[in-house]
Design a protein around this ligand. Sequence first.
Ligand SMILES: Nc1nc2c(ncn2[C@@H]2O[C@H](COP(=O)(O)OP(=O)(O)OP(=O)(O)O)[C@@H](O)[C@H]2O)c(=O)[nH]1
Ligand SMILES: [Mg+2]
Length: 429
Amino acid sequence: MVLKIFRPAQADLKEYVPFHLYYGYIIGIKNEIIDEVTMVEMPEGHSYTGQKQVEIFCHGGVFVLRRITEEIFKYGIRPAEPGEFTRRAFLAGRIDLTKAEAVADMVASKTEYAYNAAKKNLMGQFSEYIDNLRNKIIELLVEIEAAIDYPEEEIETAAENKLIEQLQIVIDAIGSLTDSYRSGKMIREGFKIAIAGRTNAGKSSLFNLLLNQNRAIVGPIPGTTRDYLTEWIELKGIAVSLTDTAGLRGMGGQIEKAGQKSAKEIMADSDLTIWIVDITRKNWADEIKKDIKNLGTERIVLLYNKIDKFKKINLKNIWHSSEVLRPLFFSCITRAGLKDLRAELIRQIYQKMPDLTDRLVVTSERHKKKLDCALNCLRKTKRNMQKGVSPELIAFELRLAVDEIDEVTGRVYNEQILDRIFSRFCIGK
Ligand SMILES: Nc1nc2c(ncn2[C@@H]2O[C@H](COP(=O)(O)OP(=O)(O)OP(=O)(O)O)[C@@H](O)[C@H]2O)c(=O)[nH]1
Ligand SMILES: [Mg+2]
């Protein structure tokens, strides 16, 4: 087909050599030149999809692209579905399912952190690890099936204990993988930070400052923010969703009350809250004591705002007024304390985020569900082994665990699973 629409610039060219880049033209059905392009052919078994493939590099304009595709479609060719290239690569056995999913994660990654997690999966570290665990289960299965085949040779207690020990190693390994999902979720969804505090404390001012743009309305009247606002920022390679909430305990009307309710919900749903206090208020020290009691000290960064209104000497007294949490002194006007705040946020984020350098992290809900099921089967197997249940039943449970694991890597799959996975791909991948 490519010969019909591609005319090489070298007129006496006899045949195309795979992986050679040819310079030439895309030719329309009336023999007219549509664009000047380069083209490369990849033979079967040596392309992304594993099938024979041709790639054309044309000029990037929207109209040019449309003209070329129009011409190609005249030969009965259709555009690829989202993820179809990767789906074909999977079906041809070139990559397993975790790698295919990593392609989508790689494309979707917005930060270095997400990119690194996807890269690990793409490079096969995840599937290698899973395969390794699978082999360990198969080894157990072989021993247990031997006991089924030769019932006269009973497994001795010592050997049985060894089997249970091996099983426990696999259980621990899968357990720590599924435990990593919560942190994996942080990688996907980003780290959530809420900015909360009493009305007029400077929440929206801080929000704008961290965002580096005037996104939220700032005003001297308490209750300026009536509804929450969320934006994304990046802090040292990590995607952070930042939410400006309506001030708590204001004297406003219904709308503000509705906003107040959600401020608490947002805080509960966040990984961290910046609690901002206006220290120019008369009763702020009493208020903060009460507020902290309600909030708890977990997951809170305490910010004493508006220090520009004070002379330095006063700060010392202020320092001692909060014994529970060490506050950061801040000013949205002079930006004093901004560097310290960023450093503190990064410190807390890294404390809560998993270290990816030497750990595998489950980032996909699908993987987590399958691994959970496998874990259940394995735990049941262990209990059954301890109870001395028949080897047939033990083998049955172990095989179920293997099936679940095989669905992670895609040794076992069905069309529905593939549809769901590849529908989130973009076109052309
Ligand atoms: N002097 C001084 N004023 C500030 C500082 N931060 C904020 N303000 C002022 O305090 C007032 C309230 O600021 P906002 O950022 O709207 O406060 P908020 O907490 O979002 O208020 P609500 O949305 O009404 O709950 C505005 O007039 C700001 O200009 C600061 O560090 N120093
Ligand atoms: Mg506000």
